[in-house]
Design a protein around this ligand. Sequence first.
Ligand SMILES: [Zn+2]
Length: 301
Amino acid sequence: MTNGVEHCDSVNHARPITRPESANLTGSAPNHGHTWILYVSQTTAMAKFSKEERKARVKQWQDAERTELVASMPLSAQQLNSLLDYLDANLKSCDHTTKLTDIFLHVEKLDKDLVLPWLADHGGYCDCEVLCNLDDLANSFRQRPTPSKPKPKTKRAARDLTSVTGWNLNALPQPWRIANMHSADEPLKIQMGKKGGCTITLVESPMPPGDPMSDDYWSALWYARTELPMKWPIRITRAALDLPNNLQSTLVQSSGWIPVYCWIVPENQGWYLEIRTELNRQKGDLPQVADLVSQLQTYEA
Ligand SMILES: [Zn+2]
């Protein structure tokens, strides 16, 4: 987003005063002295005016350009940042395609027919180019966040954190927080930090019907949640998490896709936890999930 600035600088409203080597302001050249002084005073006045005006106009242009840019973007600034983070974490060598970008767009349910041409317009013709050529643009959003619409100020009551689990969810240990404190109609979501790359949904109803002993049950569940096409083999790991004995965990993932799901189901009770994390962060997330759940379960007992 330096275009506005570069463009403005080249306009040069406050061009420095240039004068011939021999000229001086004391009027040693009688024939031209008068004209010269007039020229200087005009230029000085113009430069003063332009400096302030330029500042205002630069800002105006930048704002307009930015508004136009944001309006033309087929993905949000945050999604663009996530895409770059994703490529940064996953791109080992570029095969001159947008293979990884495609996967990201698919998972994020973004329209690839809109986003890919837009990325190409900004120099991102393949994964490595997206990563390096879109970085400046993404950075400009990081430095100056897109003004978001002010949130409606209607105060909604915070939800009651009492649940069938009997857990005390009012004081979650760091970095966990309730993600949907004000949406009492949704299942309660606990997320790690503010970005929410790992979330735990507490569903107060039994698991979907089926045979949890069969792998097909879990892979069908994973496909139902992710809505991804059946393309890569699904890996199912039972008892993947170190949990109290009455809780069973099943980890479901695929090496080709980002979403990783883990379900934690108690014995003979009508609730379960659905954990969503991502392929490249699950190793760090899952032990923390296990710690949290064990801790909550211990306090309850
Ligand atoms: Zn490349």
